[in-house]
Design a protein around this ligand. Structure first.
Ligand code: NAD
Length: 277
């Protein structure tokens, strides 16, 4: 029973249960999660973080399956279960098969993390061919739609779930130099998050996103020139890039029905203060 501050019995909604205390791990252990793009970078760090919560993790890769196997081994070493799945998320049918395979392997899907994505290629808009538009939108935007759409029937029939997508600071500021299409595709992810959250709240499905700022990763200089990173850091109150591991807490929080049960349609910014929307 829950009581209001002045001691009266509360009529708070039927699914709410007052808790006196909770541990970080108490609702995630044993839960199932599919993380797209988890063979490297932020997705791999999130997979390891979920593994440490003793979760059952579907690690997903595409062109780098050896790294996906390595991440799965790290998930197991951290205390979780892991399977490895392959798909090109630019392909809508492959997204459907990926989600179905995770559900089949685990028997249910509690959490979907739409994380696969990337800049693809920088280009001024005046020189950008249709193929580049299609590629960037298919990778960053349509994959989030396709995987989420595939997960919804499973989550509805099992009584709920959580969808967490990786958007970007670029969704709010238009991106760094010559990355307008990437930034716009992440704008889709943020807006899709809000709209879908409203649509599926009645099925006990929460939909949120994480927006990393400038996060260090192997080969970062291949996609972002050093001068551009330096310019961002000069405007970052914390005066440094974030680490992959520093992104993980936001995903754990949004996955946990204990910690974020009343949080939906939100974008959590992980950016050292670079942008404070
Ligand atoms: P990353 O390159 O290590 O991760 C991207 C992942 O997506 C890889 O594992 C890759 O295999 C996967 N992927 C790419 N194309 C794919 C395809 N066609 N099919 C299936 N999988 C594919 O880089 P990251 O920084 O860890 O990026 C993860 C997410 O974070 C991305 O959505 C990215 O846009 C976003 N993000 C990163 C930063 C940053 O500074 N690192 C900032 C904001 C947003």
């Amino acid at each position: 029973m829950h009581y209001t501050q002045d001691g009266r019995k509360s009529t708070i909604g039927p699914t709410f249960q007052a808790r006196n205390s909770f541990a970080m791990t108490d609702d995630l252990a044993g839960k199932t999660v599919l993380i797209t793009g988890s063979s490297t970078g932020i997705g791999a760090a999130v997979a390891r973080g979920f593994g440490a919560q003793r979760m059952r993790v579907a690690v997903h890769g595409n062109s780098n399956m050896e790294q996906a196997e390595q991440v799965a081994a790290e998930v197991r070493a951290a205390g979780g279960e892991a399977i490895v799945l392959q798909a090109d998320v630019r392909d809508t049918a492959a997204c459907g098969e990926l989600v179905a395979a995770a559900c089949k392997a685990f028997g249910r899907l509690d959490i979907l993390v739409n994380n696969a994505g990337g800049l693809v290629q920088r280009s001024p808009i005046r020189d950008a061919p249709d193929e580049l538009f299609d590629d960037i939108l298919a990778l960053n935007a349509r994959s989030v739609f396709s995987c989420s759409r595939a997960a919804l029937p499973f989550m509805e029939s099992q009584g709920g779930g959580a969808i967490i997508s990786t958007t970007s600071l670029a969704a709010r500021n238009g991106g760094g130099g010559r990355s307008v299409l990437y930034a716009a595709s992440k704008g889709f992810v943020s807006t899709f998050t809000r709209g879908l959250a409203k649509e599926v709240a009645r099925f006990n499905i929460r939909v949120n996103a994480v927006a990393p700022g400038v996060i260090d990763k192997p080969n970062k200089s291949a996609s972002t020139p050093a001068h551009q990173i330096d310019a961002s850091l000069r405007m970052t109150p914390m005066r440094r890039q974030g680490t992959l591991e520093e992104c993980v807490g936001a995903y754990l929080y949004l996955a946990s029905g204990t910690l974020s049960s009343f949080v939906t349609g939100q974008v959590i910014e992980v950016n050292g203060g670079l942008l404070m929307p």
